[in-house]
Design a protein around this ligand. Structure first.
Ligand code: ZN
Ligand code: ZN
Ligand code: ZN
Length: 163
């Protein structure tokens, strides 16, 4: 009997035609312990980590009403201090990822450049002035500190700092 598929072939070889593997979707519904399949458009960090749906994965707030998906989404939109709406493309994104977002993913990403000095995203209209002024605080290595893209202050590194 011939095996049609070679399971050893883990990766590297480009599969033409049907490629059923999407790395971004991790199906939690296999888990019998009440993991709901989530259809949230917001990017998840650590998708492998088991978390309750009643807890906001970003700010850690726990509310039983979040078990209804809409409520958690509402929290993301309205309340969550860890998320913000991109003023350019209206996507809800993590504040921690706002810089990255503006530089890469955002619909307006091409209007932004990264300042080599403070590592923040600067609108190209302001870029010359910003870089020329050399007044922005020099970015510290992310191990030492993160910078809030909203208030432009250095904050403690890691999760704790953002919170
Ligand atoms: Zn939250
Ligand atoms: Zn955006
Ligand atoms: Zn700068």
């Amino acid at each position: 009997m011939e095996a049609g598929f070679n399971e050893v072939d883990g990766g590297g070889s480009p599969t033409k035609g049907i490629s059923p593997s999407k790395t971004e979707t991790i199906s939690t519904n296999i888990n019998p312990k009440g993991g709901k399949p989530s259809s949230k458009s917001i990017k998840k960090r650590n998708p492998g980590t088991k978390k309750n749906d009643e807890m906001c994965q970003f700010c850690g707030k726990i509310d039983k009403t979040y078990l209804q998906n809409d409520n958690l989404d509402m929290h993301y939109w309205k309340e969550c201090p860890m998320l913000t709406e991109c003023t350019h493309c209206k996507q809800v994104i993590e504040i921690a990822g706002l810089n990255e977002h503006l530089l890469r993913e955002c619909d307006s990403a091409k209007s932004f450049k990264q300042c080599p000095r403070c590592k923040e995203s600067v609108h190209s209209n302001d870029y010359e002035t910003h870089v020329g002024a050399k007044e922005c605080p020099i970015a510290k290595p992310s191990k030492a500190a993160n910078r809030c893209p909203l208030c432009h202050k250095d904050i403690e590194s890691g999760e704790k700092g953002w919170k």
